[in-house]
Design a protein around this ligand. Sequence first.
Ligand SMILES: NC(=O)C1=CN([C@@H]2O[C@H](COP(=O)(O)OP(=O)(O)OC[C@H]3O[C@@H](n4cnc5c(N)ncnc54)[C@H](O)[C@@H]3O)[C@@H](O)[C@H]2O)C=CC1
Ligand SMILES: O=C([O-])CC(=O)C(=O)O
Length: 332
Amino acid sequence: MAKDPVRVLVTGAAGQIGYALVPLIARGAMLGPDQPVILHMLDIVPAAESLNGVKMELVDAAFPLLKGVLATTDVVEACTGVNIAVMVGGFPRKEGMERKDVMSKNVSIYKSQASALEKHAATNCKVLVVANPANTNALILKEFAPSIPEKNITCLTRLDHNRALGQISERLNIHVSNLRNAIIWGNHSSTQYPDVSHATVTTQDGEKPVHELVADEGWLRGDFITTVQQRGAAIIKARKFSSALSAASSACDHIRDWVLGTPQGTWVSMGVYSDGSYDVPAGLIYSFPVTCVNGEWCIVQGLQIDEFSRKKLDATAEELTEEKALAYSCLA
Ligand SMILES: NC(=O)C1=CN([C@@H]2O[C@H](COP(=O)(O)OP(=O)(O)OC[C@H]3O[C@@H](n4cnc5c(N)ncnc54)[C@H](O)[C@@H]3O)[C@@H](O)[C@H]2O)C=CC1
Ligand SMILES: O=C([O-])CC(=O)C(=O)O
């Protein structure tokens, strides 16, 4: 029997990431090849004509799984009945801007959209915040939508996770599908800690640790980390726009694994509400390694954290604590 359609909200749908994301959702890349979807697309009034153009293209593409498209500038209409909300709308970082510069513009958007989601989304709606500052926008959304369970509010660090896998696959000249269990700890910012100390490679002789095959701790603790941390800025510099293609693809990976489950023995990185695991302060949205089963994520426990990693985990937590205070001062 055909499944009932799932309603997926994409905010900022007329923007760069939105334009790359909606066709992926309509093709089944987010929820699977047998899951019909109805797209709800929200943007602001100045982008209404462009948003309508995106709707026209979705109709023209005749996607078999796409059972309806709503394009609106009304936040209540956009949020009504949605099962999944991908929050991309906001003011993007431009070349030369630090993420903190975009904070004040974005936290007030997330405060007001929190209320609309809380009042009008379907029960148990899953929320993914993509717009920067992603962790802090997600935290603001959580604080101003208190009836949405905190486990349903997440932010995107899967792009950073995939970037880390991409860098290792290039270095070892192996396909990325043979690599697993990288970790992005902390903030989706230049303080994030891309950690491959538990990552492995599938070889003909079984699973081998990445650090053994790379055999260059200097690179793993140096250029590898900074390349992943700075990749967003490098792409903005090259394209003059943000990493729309890879962000859209990674947003699909995030929701797909959350809803349909992570493969056996594999974890992924998600920005989730900290419960104090790994001595990360509770009450931050912090990226952890997680596994997902039956639509629920769970932080991977018991990983060894050495002194080098401890400092990195703490530094990015400190930045998130500062961002939280700054966000509240912007709202005051
Ligand atoms: N977490 C991650 O891994 C990544 C996050 N980003 C962030 O994603 C966000 C979107 O990036 P792009 O698509 O490149 O930007 P963009 O500027 O092309 O698109 C943003 C869209 O949001 C719309 N918008 C602005 N205010 C809105 C509101 N109140 N409600 C609904 N829509 C609104 C704009 O009109 C625009 O169409 C940015 O904040 C960017 O920094 C970008 C790449 C990766
Ligand atoms: O750095 C930015 O503003 C864009 C971004 O988040 C990324 O590409 O990771």
